[in-house]
Design a protein around this ligand. Structure first.
Ligand code: PSV
Ligand code: MN
Length: 411
């Protein structure tokens, strides 16, 4: 009877031979996969909800320390999730040196800092787009505070999303708000720590249902361009209308040098929060394909690959692991596209042939390859099964009772 590792090795070897037949080296693909980085969000480990209410789960992390501990589990099992994004003030602490030490002990690192200028009552009618200069200034001060946190934690990424918008025609002066956004984003850009970047995220609606100040990638690109060279666009896969070709946006933003990062998730209407790849993994594959196309043409985009999900129906750590595995799968398959054959088929205007080349890569079973990658990274061969067997969930469900004093979160 063969054990799991022997079976894996045999399947991995077979895949290597198959890929060789397609002119691809499994070792090259494997080294790319070993270098993959996927950042997970602290807010994905705590309680969250819909706008109709917060739904509490057993074992949900109650403060930043528990959120980091859960993120460390995901990294331990998958091997590619060292960084954890923080949301301020949800993850605010008084001592960031101590927090950094804590992350080091857990084997993780602090990733992007996400300011929050949407939750306090004063932001009901906007932050940088607010009519009242005092509210705009308050939002600016919060962003400066987040930049300070970047300095203290060593984070090199400020990730910005604004809930600013309006609900009724005539409610606000849209053009003046655009100018205020330009001014404040520039001020923010100019205050960034040396070498750090900032990302501007867009969302077509919610909470503003009539207009949203940063509604789409064109507006985000404009604001990134007017803010300065260290401002780039963040593409959240959930924040688009149905039918929008996200991979086209990705290719375009890389071509103009302004794609800075992703928020991975999956949408079924026009917002985020479903497990990445649960509805449309082919889209994630096509996105990676465009990134690899750009690289093949000589681009070296600096992209932060981050998950942005807040699970309600699934246990949070399991959902995060699923997302990571799906993202790895999409990337692995994109690495298997026979680019030379594709260029040839494109030159012949062979539409069917082109699509078949993508499908051949997409239809490849990459599980043995990813298992081998995890084995070599010292992670788990089967992260979900190992997580379930680890008893971690029972432990946190028992331990995490009640509310922690001073802890802030989504809900
Ligand atoms: C808004 O929907 C968003 O996508 C932004 O990235 C926020 O920072 C995040 O979700 C959490 O609210
Ligand atoms: Mn997002």
């Amino acid at each position: 009877m063969q054990n799991a590792e022997q079976i894996l090795r045999a399947r991995y070897q077979l895949l290597g031979e198959e890929l060789q037949g397609r002119g691809l080296s499994i070792d090259t693909v494997k080294s790319r996969l070993k270098a993959q980085e996927i950042e997970t969000p602290s807010w994905g480990y705590g309680n969250s909800g819909t706008r109709f209410g917060v739904f509490k789960q057993p074992g949900a992390a109650r403060d930043v320390h528990e959120r980091l501990a859960d993120a460390a589990q995901v990294h331990r099992l998958t091997g590619v999730c060292r960084k954890v994004a923080l949301h301020i003030p949800w993850d605010k602490v008084s001592d960031y040196d101590a927090l950094k030490e804590e992350t080091a002990e857990l084997g993780v690192e602090i990733g992007a800092i996400n300011p929050n200028v949407f939750q306090e009552a004063c932001y009901e009618l906007g932050s940088f787009g607010h009519r009242d200069p005092a509210v705009r200034q308050r939002a600016q001060e919060h962003l400066y505070e987040c930049i300070e946190i970047m300095e203290q934690t060593g984070s090199m990424l400020l990730s910005l999303w604004f809930a600013d918008g309006s609900n009724y025609p005539g409610q606000v002066n849209i053009t003046r708000r655009k100018t205020w956004f330009e001014d404040h984003l520039k001020k923010t850009h100019d205050a960034l720590p040396d070498g750090a970047r900032m990302l501007v995220e867009y969302k077509l609606f919610e909470p503003g249902f009539y207009h949203t100040d940063v509604a789409d990638w064109g507006m985000a690109l404009h604001f990134a361009q007017s803010a300065g060279p260290r401002a780039e666009v963040l593409v959240d896969l959930g924040h688009h209308a149905q039918g929008v070709n996200i991979e086209h946006i990705v290719a375009f933003l890389i071509a103009v040098g302004k794609l800075g990062g992703f928020h991975f998730n999956n949408r079924k209407y026009a917002d985020d929060d479903l497990t990445t790849g649960s509805v449309n993994l082919y889209e994630v594959f096509l996105i990676y394909h465009e990134i690899l196309n750009a690289e093949a043409a000589g681009s070296r985009p600096n992209i932060a690959y981050m998950i942005d999900q807040s699970h309600i129906m699934k246990p949070k750590v399991e959902a995060m692991i699923q997302s990571v595995l799906n993202i790895q799968t999409a990337y692995a398959r994109a690495l298997l596209v026979d680019r030379r054959a594709l260029t040839g088929a494109q030159a012949q205007d062979d539409t069917v042939g082109c699509e078949e080349i993508l499908r051949a890569a997409y239809d490849t079973d990459v599980r043995p390859l990813l298992a081998q990658v995890r084995l070599e990274l010292g992670a788990s061969l089967d992260p979900l099964a190992d997580y379930r067997a680890s008893g971690y969930f029972d432990k946190i469900a028992t331990e995490r009772q009640g509310v922690l004093e001073g802890a802030a979160s989504w809900g």
